[in-house]
Design a protein around this ligand. Structure first.
Ligand code: ADP
Ligand code: MG
Length: 691
């Protein structure tokens, strides 16, 4: 149970004045469910506007306030998804377009009757030879005095919300903030000159105050470090079991290749950890294709040789099936019993697996989350391998760890190349092994950057490719929102491209994107994996996904819109077989210098670690901390810059607090508990009470 001081912060937004059922959906989209979510919905930026009397006074890109009179409404053709425009004139008779996309057009109809002057605030840009304001921030009947501050926050929106609306909610949330005891070390607070928590939050909504922002970000970093340290401390408290294998099973493996140096080193590191009684908490980082599976297999066999069971957790049904097939084949000469358990297993099948796990006849289990449901009990689980670590939270890892009579060793694997400076933030105090060397003989993927307007050539090339019996991926940019307005071009892209390609290639094409139901998505993926379908049109959902060696061509549209780490992950889907693979990066328009440098880097190297480091240097690589869009980011408040600047400090502070007061029972310790709740690291607090 959360302490009651925090109750006002966790009150639902439904209790806000003026929030009815209609607002719940757009608020939900932004993750704004409770007072604290709204209070932490910090402005993306601030605009300072100036009032102008005449459009001639305003230049492109300027934020203005101006009185305009609508002269004509222009709806786009029904069903065309085009914008809704209102032409309006200033006092001097200059014309400007006010433009809305999507459902927001309804607002325009109501707010702007022809012939009636309105005060408009927004950013001027150009539309043909006319000026336009896209999605004005304010439309008011009264004078400029009513139009909010000249410098005002701009919040991230979703469809159905407006700036004034959200500003009103923020105001209500800020009024409800309780005063909380201080969790930051007083010396640190004074030295940095940071405000108290509540003042900090209020200030952050009013101005670009770096101190306030830093304090709030620091809080988040501190919460994270503390929680990770609590996990580590808990791991130390729970005894594990020292596991040493005799090598008998591993000797029977008939690997068709010699291990790389990096594989041998990682295996030695893992064996070293497993031979200790303290439970291993190790991350194996290695690019796609670096050969993580054999390393994991070696660890699992070590556990089995020592008389224990091992489990491998994969993020999706398909991935667990693939792991299962691969491992089963490799294990054949060893006689080790392996089973697959996913949510699909029902009735008899499921029952016999559960029994096998309990009596120990199943030595190795592969599966999805289903493998750590309450009803699944192991005879003696010695090792848990978690593939694609970033898809799972620490809480889940703990739930799994709680399965063994003694804490099992944990090996996490990830193909997301994270720069060294950020590993700590993402993975806390895990030890890291890096597979920084690819198995020999890998063919480089021929990567080319091509202007999008050469689409026809690309499709012809694709046709030849498919006719030659190979498979291909076609990736469209992911759904993205611009100032709260979904970019319709993007949403439409994958579907439209699919429709177009289907016309050309018929049933050989399947479509996969995040908005599809899981069964539909899985079915499409399976059709592609089995070779029935030849071309997979997708958004980025295939990023972590299928291994289809016959897929040797990847087309990525508007490649400049993707993060480099993401491009790298996507490209890793090809080049998995013996055939030479190609990756075509289609660029939408003219690129900035950075944009060019980024795509050039993709052409130049396939080293994920290098790409990650340079991406970080080139553009701050916001995606590296986990894709913000999919809600998997490690941090929501702290920016990449803040993480780099303050994480070591927060980590040291957390460590000091733990050293002095590991049970968090002092006044500051109690405050730190509040902090953990505030940032929903409840699992950290729960460990405390358990221990
Ligand atoms: P990932 O790190 O992406 O999980 P995998 O373990 O799936 O990579 O390995 C990719 C491919 O490389 C597999 O076909 C595997 O058999 C092969 N492989 C792994 N290690 C070596 C090696 N040392 N030499 C040659 N091939 C290897
Ligand atoms: Mg793998």
């Amino acid at each position: 149970m959360r302490p009651e001081e925090l109750n006002p912060l966790f009150a639902e937004v439904e209790t806000f004045e003026g929030v009815g059922p209609k607002l719940m959906k757009p608020l939900g989209k932004l993750g704004l469910a409770r007072v604290k979510d709204v209070a932490y919905h910090l402005p993306e930026r601030f605009v300072s506007r100036h009032a102008i009397a005449d459009l001639d006074e305003g230049g492109e890109g300027e934020q203005v306030i101006i009185a305009l009179t609508p002269v004509e409404h222009r709806a786009s053709r029904p069903g065309s998804r085009g914008p809704y425009r209102v032409l309006a004139q200033d006092a001097a008779g200059n014309i400007c377009a006010l433009t809305w996309f999507g459902k927001a057009a309804y607002t325009a109809k109501k707010l702007l009757p022809v012939g009636e002057t309105r005060w408009i605030a927004g950013r001027l840009d150009r539309y043909g030879d006319m000026l336009q304001i896209v999605h004005p921030d304010h439309v008011e009947v009264e004078s400029a005095a009513n139009m909010g501050r000249l410098s005002e926050p701009v919040y991230r929106l979703s469809e159905g919300l407006t700036q004034p609306r959200i500003a009103g909610l923020v105001e209500q949330a800020l009024a409800r903030l309780p005063e909380l005891p201080e969790w930051i070390e007083p010396g640190q607070l004074a030295k940095a000159g940071w405000p108290a928590w509540r003042d900090g939050l209020r200030t952050a909504h009013q101005s670009t105050d770096d101190k306030a922002r830093d304090r709030l970000a620091y809080d988040e970093l501190l919460a994270n470090s503390l929680a990770l340290l609590l996990v580590k401390a808990e791991g130390r408290r729970r005894r594990g079991q020292a596991l040493v294998g005799d090598g008998a099973l591993r000797a029977k493996l008939q690997l068709p290749f010699a291990l790389t140096g990096a594989q041998a080193r990682s295996i030695a590191e893992i064996e070293g950890d497993m031979a200790q009684e303290a439970p291993m908490l190790r991350l194996l980082q290695g690019d796609v294709g670096a050969g993580k599976t054999v390393v994991a297999l070696n660890a699992m066999l070590t556990a089995v040789e020592a008389g224990k069971q091992a489990a491998l957790l994969a993020p999706t049904e398909i991935l667990s099936r693939q792991h299962f097939e691969t491992l089963r084949t490799m294990l054949r000469p060893t006689g080790v019993e392996i089973a697959l358990l996913t949510g699909r297993a029902k009735g008899r099948e499921r029952e016999s697996i559960l029994i096998g796990l309990m009596d120990g006849s199943i030595q190795l289990l592969v599966g999805t989350h289903a493998i750590f449901q309450d009803t699944v009990n192991y005879r003696d689980l010695g090792l848990v391998v978690v593939d694609e670590q970033h898809r799972f939270g620490v809480a889940q890892r703990l739930a799994l760890a709680a399965k063994g009579r003694r804490a099992p060793h944990t090996l996490a694997m990830t193909a997301t190349p994270i720069p060294r400076s950020l590993t700590l933030a993402q993975y806390g105090e895990m030890d890291v092994s890096r597979l920084d060397e690819l198995p020999p003989g890998r063919q480089a993927i021929d990567t080319r950057v091509i202007p999008q307007d050469r689409m026809e050539d690309v499709v012809e090339g694709l046709a030849r490719h498919l006719a030659g019996g190979q498979q291909a991926y076609w990736v469209c940019p992911m759904v993205r929102e611009i100032d709260g307005v979904p970019d319709l071009a993007d949403i439409a892209a994958a579907e439209a491209r699919y429709a177009g390609l289907k016309e050309r290639f018929g049933d050989a094409v399947v479509l996969v994107h995040g908005q599809l139901r899981p069964e539909v998505k899985d079915a499409a993926m399976e059709r592609f994996a089995s070779g029935q379908a030849r071309l997979l049109v997708a958004t980025t959902v295939i990023e972590v996904g299928v291994d289809v060696p016959a897929a040797t061509l990847m087309v990525i549209e508007q490649a400049e819109r993707f993060g480099l780490a993401q491009l790298h992950q996507l490209r890793g889907r090809v080049g998995r077989g013996a055939e030479k693979s190609t990756c075509l990066l289609l660029r939408g328009g003219e690129l900035s210098e950075t944009g060019r440098a980024r795509l050039a880097l993709m052409r130049e190297t396939q080293d994920g670690f290098r790409i990650a480091e340079e991406d970080l240097a080139l553009r701050g690589g916001g995606e590296l901390l986990g894709t913000r869009q999919s809600g998997e980011a490690a941090f929501h408040i702290a920016s990449l810059d803040q993480v780099q600047r303050m994480l070591p400090l927060a980590h040291a502070d957390a460590r000091l607090l733990m050293e002095r007061d590991g049970g968090l029972t002092s006044a500051r310790g109690e405050a730190a508990r509040l902090l953990l709740y505030l940032f929903e690291r409840d699992w950290g607090v729960q460990l405390l009470r358990g221990g």
